[in-house]
Design a binder for this molecule. Structure first.
Ligand SMILES: *Cc1c(COP(=O)(O)O)cnc(C)c1O
Length: 432
């Protein structure tokens, strides 16, 4: 990539003036610090900001509840606009676009860890000889707890069946080691469960390659997209992954604890030889309210739905996801994201190369919005630097054992914020 950067604030301002997405920042409410100034909000990888439009949308839905009561469901064929019984349908269409899947392969339901449980019930089917699961050593605890408890539920020993791909001393995975581990476990391998973007290091994994190798040894592949969706381009159908799940409150800006989603490869949808935990929302709408006891399955990924969904949690997805589709999808976000990432690196290299190490891989295909910074200064610890950043009105986060995660998000962050962040960091690290 041609770089025409320099270390002046004018350069940051020029980059913002050339940015086609700069107008979108105004559509979000930016948190303010104690002086009433807008924070540098670099934690969209943890909780994305609120689109202002979502306030109206949620209020509108509440007033629908008030006006119509149960008729709001629209199950009895009333004239309610956007009836709740089919409320998820347009969102599923947009969601499928964001993850590169067919609409029939996507369903919106539950929350992320709950979905890992539901999907493992269907796709972790250990036999006497094929029962191992490959995960990464530095796996997110909630994912690990889900997997470990699912293994125990099958009366298997986690120490025997869970194989962890090691990370290097910085917390980064070596792709060759992942592929070798898959080949070595070979015909004992039941499932590979990995993130598309690793939460600690911000590393992007080559899911297509991993899936091909896993399939070649007869294993299934499940992918965690918590940090991938809305951040990097995804092509789940082309990559042929078997299943995936993601939350919507990080780069999808859909609100704290907002409803999650799943992808199930179409080849698995109508299988009768796998388990699913059923509920009435997986029953065809035509017959759902006849209250029959024979399950009449929907023939899309929606068959995994269990309960009638929390509509008020789903509503903010509308404005948030429409906005991403409107700009031209993640492809367009990614162009700015890469530019920001390269600029960020440039400033860090020029100002702080002796104090800060970026552990996120340099290669642009191996990183998304997030950079994970390790403080290598011998004057201040990482934790001290992090605390100083917080007191300077920067929102970023700390992950044990020793990284500061910062994620400039293309929809609402600016190049000037990146500049100011590095400037603040410089003041913290270089002051006498
Ligand atoms: C954010 C995140 C979660 C959160 O799980 P919830 O069930 O939504 O609370 C789980 N795993 C990973 C890897 C995450 O990044």
């Amino acid at each position: 990539m041609v770089q025409n950067f320099d270390t002046t604030i004018e350069c940051a301002k020029r980059l913002d003036s050339e940015d086609k997405l700069s107008a979108y920042r105004d559509l979000f409410q930016i948190p303010t610090n104690k002086n009433g100034e807008e924070e540098i909000y670099f934690v969209g990888n943890s909780l994305g900001l609120m689109p202002k439009e979502s306030v109206n949308d949620v209020n509108e839905e509440l007033s629908k509840w008030g006006r119509y009561g149960v008729k709001g469901h629209g199950a009895e064929g009333g004239e309610v606009e956007g009836p709740w019984v089919t409320f998820h349908e347009p969102l599923t269409v947009s969601m499928a676009e964001l993850v590169g899947a067919k609409v029939s392969e996507v369903t919106i339901m539950n929350t992320l860890t709950v979905n890992i449980h539901f999907l493992l019930i269907s796709f972790y089917n250990p036999t006497e000889t094929r029962n191992k699961i490959i995960i990464e050593e530095n796996v997110f605890p909630s994912d690990y707890f889900a997997i470990e408890s699912q293994v125990k539920q099958r009366n298997l020993d986690p120490a025997e069946v869970i194989v962890k791909v090691p990370t290097d001393n910085k917390g980064v995975l070596d792709v060759t080691t992942i592929l070798e581990t898959i080949k070595n476990v070979g015909d004992e391998l039941a499932l590979v469960f990995l993130p598309s973007v690793q939460y600690y290091s911000g590393q992007v994994l080559p899911i297509s390659k991993i899936t091909d190798v896993a399939h070649s040894v007869g294993s299934l592949v499940g992918i965690q997209l918590a940090h991938g969706v809305g951040n990097i381009e995804l092509k789940l159908s082309d990559w042929k992954v078997d299943f995936a799940t993601w939350c919507t409150y990080k780069y999808l800006n859909s609100g704290p604890g907002s409803i999650a989603a799943c992808y199930i490869n179409e080849k698995h949808i109508n299988r009768t030889d796998i388990q699913r935990f059923h509920g009435w929302w997986g029953n065809n709408l035509d017959t759902r309210f006849e209250m029959e006891k024979n399950f009449d399955n929907i023939n899309t990924a929606d068959v995994w739905q269990v309960s009638n969904p929390p509509i008020l949690s789903m509503v903010p997805m509308k404005a948030a996801i429409d906005m991403i589709i409107e700009v031209g999808g993640v492809k367009i976000l990614r162009e700015k994201s890469i530019r920001m990432s390269v600029y960020f690196d440039f400033l860090l290299n020029n100002n702080l190369h002796e104090e800060i190490e970026v552990i996120t891989p340099q290669d642009l295909d191996s990183r998304g919005c997030q950079l994970s910074l390790k403080v290598v200064s011998n004057r201040l610890s990482g934790r001290e630097v992090f605390n100083a950043l917080l007191s300077s009105g920067v929102s970023c986060d700390w992950r044990y054992p020793d990284v500061i995660r910062v994620a400039p998000v293309p929809l609402y962050n600016s190049f000037v914020e990146v500049y100011n962040f590095v400037d603040i960091l410089k003041n913290i690290l270089k002051k006498e």
